[in-house]
Design a protein around this ligand. Structure first.
Ligand code: GLA
Length: 439
């Protein structure tokens, strides 16, 4: 049986995102209620809060920016004049004048996921001309309505699932026509205009069509999971799916390949507790996910916990680490099932019941470790750096990535080592984050 293809994947040679891109997206913030005025207010707020200086500089207009019909004569998509009265180029200029980048959205389908707004299937060249005309920097390309007639075989789902291929390629779902066949047409059109404009490409593939086998060759980032929602279970599900073996094969992810993306952040939006948002941010940083904010920045203040979370310099440094290796679950994992995938909340015995350890290497021989309490109550963590966190034997400084302080010097030892464990009380749904550097 084939669960993932082991292929030597060559990343895009353009070197556009040697570290995960960072920005803000209208989708998680406003859903279909986007507009020029809102985009401008968000841009102003991001600058006012200094978030562009921290790295959040790509602002993306998601779905629902366009009218239901294309222009009869030119075939072009038309921005909804009620929402974008001055058109997209004027917004683009506004962003560029302020050192920001602008992203826009379409789908590799007959419609976008809206269900009735035009997608780009069979209009790829026309739509890339539009990206050039609007001076777009970043293009999010969704996966709804893959058939030219707009048909779907899942009620209300906007997808056309190829059941046979999906069964062959578990845990990946495939559509008909395949993701690769549709995405590659757009990627080629974007590649053709490279000498005029570098456009970052996000494949919003939800992990379908084994995106890990072709994403790195044609795009800068690709969604590995379904849409994240502003709640704890959704956060856990998406980060577990993103940890499937298929996404951590050599060549799938990193500075020369591109970035696995478990979807945007919700930090500050209000559906989760501060502890849960801290955990979301720490894990997204650890797995080297693109960091796309998804909350109304005009409501954020510098003294809020959300602001402290999204500007945490030590975790952002982990996310932007030059080595670019995706950290993974190391203890009590829900993601390394027998088919190399997450089978759903009920399929994972640890889903709600364990404190986990996640970790991975950083540039210069250091390691990042994030301990997550998935229990509903506080837990006593007692961690052996070597057995639980896979830190090679040796002496390390331990830096707390929530305070930036060196809190300990720790010895990591092997099987027979009796040097004791790292102990801490960890509140429900919260995390501990550390950088260990060899002394
Ligand atoms: C899909 C995508 C989301 C968002 C919506 C817009 O669900 O996965 O990120 O773009 O479509 O309709």
């Amino acid at each position: 049986m084939l669960f993932f293809s082991v292929v030597a994947i060559q990343g895009l040679p353009d070197g556009l995102h040697p570290t995960p891109p960072m920005g803000w997206t209208s989708w998680n913030t406003f859903f279909e209620e986007n507009s020029e005025q809102k985009m401008i207010s968000q841009a102003d707020a991001i600058i006012e809060l200094g978030l562009d200086k921290v790295g959040y500089n790509i602002l993306t207009i998601d779905d629902f920016w366009q009218l239901p019909s294309r222009d009869n004569e030119t075939g072009r998509m038309i921005p909804d004049p009620a929402k974008f009265p001055n058109g997209i180029l004027s917004l683009s200029n506004y962003f560029h004048d302020r050192g920001l980048q602008i992203g826009i959205y379409s789908s590799a389908g007959r419609f976008t996921c809206s269900g009735n707004l035009p997608g780009s299937l069979s209009y790829e060249a026309t739509d890339v001309e539009m990206l050039l005309e609007y001076e777009i920097d970043y293009f999010k390309y969704d996966n709804c309505y893959p058939r030219l007639d707009g048909s779907t075989n899942i009620a209300g789902g906007g997808v056309y699932i190829d059941w046979e291929k999906s069964a062959e390629h578990l845990p990946s779902i495939w559509q008909s026509p395949s993701e690769e066949s549709r995405y590659s047409v757009m990627a080629e059109e974007i590649a053709k205009v490279k000498d005029q404009r570098n456009i970052s490409l996000e494949l919003c593939a939800w992990g379908f069509g084994n995106v890990e086998t072709f994403g790195p060759a044609m795009a800068h980032l690709w969604r590995t999971s379904p849409d994240v929602a502003d709640n704890w279970n959704s956060l856990l599900y998406n980060i577990d799916v993103n940890d499937e073996n298929r996404y951590r094969q050599d060549g799938v992810q990193g500075p020369n390949s591109g970035w696995n993306y478990p979807d945007g952040l919700f930090v500050g939006k209000g559906g989760m507790t501060d502890a849960e948002y801290r955990t979301m941010f720490a894990l997204w940083c650890l797995v080297k996910s693109p960091l796309m904010l998804g909350t109304d920045m005009t409501k954020m203040t510098r003294d809020s916990e959300a602001y402290k979370i999204i500007t945490n310099p030590w975790l952002i440094a982990v996310n932007q680490d030059q080595l670019g290796v995706q950290g993974q679950c190391l203890k009590d994992c829900c993601s390394h099932g027998s088919v190399g995938g997450v089978l759903g909340a009920s399929g994972c015995v640890h889903f709600h019941h364990s404190w986990q350890v996640w970790g991975g290497p950083l540039e210069g021989g250091s390691f990042v470790i994030v301990v997550v309490n998935r229990f509903e109550e506080e837990k006593q963590v007692s961690m052996n750096w070597n057995l639980d966190a896979k830190i090679p034997p040796g002496l390390y400084t331990v830096e707390d990535l929530w305070s930036g302080e060196v809190v300990d010097e720790a010895l990591s030892g092997g099987e027979d080592w009796e040097g004791g464990a790292y102990k801490a009380i960890l509140p429900a749904h919260d995390n501990l984050a550390f950088k260990l550097t060899p002394v």
